[in-house]
Design a protein around this ligand. Structure first.
Ligand code: TYM
Length: 350
């Protein structure tokens, strides 16, 4: 667990810790429109996005180009999924009056900055990023030895730096990409003069939610619960969660530290986590009963999102308008940065 629990969020930049309200900054974060987001996306990222709206100048992007890096063979669904993602965000509490909600491909300046960064970034540096190798291994049946997929984190750095973002709220799996973003900013500033801030990573107190089987949460493993799952689906998924494999009989003492059900108690019902761990270690409660107790806390997180989405689904034009307005606002800011970038490089601007 990172930082004291009474902080709403913690920021990491070589050890720095940020208290809510202590400073204002610019926030950018993004999410891929590749299927309905899951409870990990909410606990690891969206919850902070919502909190930060009141304290920061926030821009949140539906990063549809990123979805194409792995889904380039069948991009037809990306448009529809972008609109659906916006509905989920609104249902989770992102407020277009407070934050700018935008679509990456509607702001082509992200691509220009990506291109300029790619001039000085070395191939071996990108190939060394652990998530690159991991994804190449994990995602089967698709050729990912592409230029676009290798450049994924460069595009992410462009998304962040084009708004001169100071804080980026994400889950732990994004740490390597944000490390690269800081390096890109440092390298740019060194080569062409000071322009970009050194961005801080912001985590929730739950930056890695494991899958229901204890492995990494991934749609391809079928171990996630989406933010629009029905009550029955949630019940089934929680009841089928994997528990400590060494706890075979009801009377065996369990090990909460290896059990995803315990991790979910910490995330969804923290007030019951300590008692759960005690009862597990001392075989006072069986795994079936323990899982049953988790169903309602998970429902309580998903239910308002599912219901909110149903409401937004009645107003697709309004959601499209919100994204259109947000993308235009974002574009104005992005154009300003790109002008400065061209000046720094010494490009002729007719
Ligand atoms: P994406 O779309 O995979 O995930 C969106 C956010 O959800 C977090 N997350 C999790 N957090 C905790 N536990 C989990 N199991 C879990 N699974 C996902 C992710 O860390 C992320 O914060 N590369 C990014 C998208 C991106 C971006 C950006 C992010 C593009 N440009 C600029 C920040 C800034 C991604 O694929 O996120």
């Amino acid at each position: 667990m990172i930082g004291p629990a009474n902080l709403d969020y913690v920021a990491h930049n070589r050890g720095g810790v940020l208290r809510k309200g202590a400073m204002k900054g610019i926030v950018f974060s993004g999410m891929q429109p590749s299927g309905t987001p899951h409870i990990g996306n909410k606990l690891g990222a969206l919850d902070n996005w919502v909190k930060m709206q009141d304290e920061y100048d926030c821009i949140y992007g539906i990063v549809d180009w990123h979805a194409l890096t792995t889904g380039y063979e069948d991009p037809k669904e990306v448009g529809r999924q972008s609109l659906e993602l916006a509905m989920i965000w609104l249902a989770c509490g992102l407020d277009p009056q407070k934050s700018t909600l935008m679509l990456q491909s509607a702001v082509p300046e992200h691509a220009e900055l990506h291109l300029l960064f790619s001039m000085f970034l070395s191939l071996p540096r990108l190939e060394r990023i652990p998530t690159y190798k991991e994804k190449l291994r994990e995602i089967e049946g698709r050729n990912l030895t592409t230029y676009g997929f290798l450049g994924y984190p460069v595009l992410q750095a462009a998304d962040i730096l084009i708004y001169k973002s100071t804080h980026v709220p994400v889950g732990k799996d994004q740490d390597y990409h944000l490390e690269l973003t800081r390096e890109v900013a440092e390298q740019f500033n060194r080569l062409y003069g000071q322009l970009f801030p050194i961005t801080q990573t912001v985590h929730t107190v739950f930056p890695v939610l494991p899958g229901t089987d204890g492995r990494k949460m991934s749609k391809s493993y079928g171990n996630t619960s989406s933010l629009t799952d029905s009550e029955d689906m949630i019940k089934d998924k929680v009841r089928n969660m994997v528990t400590d494999p060494q706890r075979i009989k009801r009377t065996d003492p369990g090990r909460p530290e290896v059990c995803p059900v315990y991790a979910y108690y910490q995330a969804f019902a923290p007030q019951e986590a300590e008692r759960t761990a005690h009862e597990c270690r001392n075989a006072l409660r069986g795994c079936v009963e323990c899982k049953l107790g988790l169903v309602e806390p998970v429902q309580a997180v998903v239910r308002p999102v599912r219901e909110g989405v149903e409401t937004w689904q009645q107003q697709p034009d309004e959601v499209a308008r919100i994204l259109h307005t947000g993308s235009q606002q974002a574009r104005g800011r992005a154009q300003q940065t790109v002008t400065e970038v061209r000046e720094h490089l010494g490009l002729w601007q007719p």
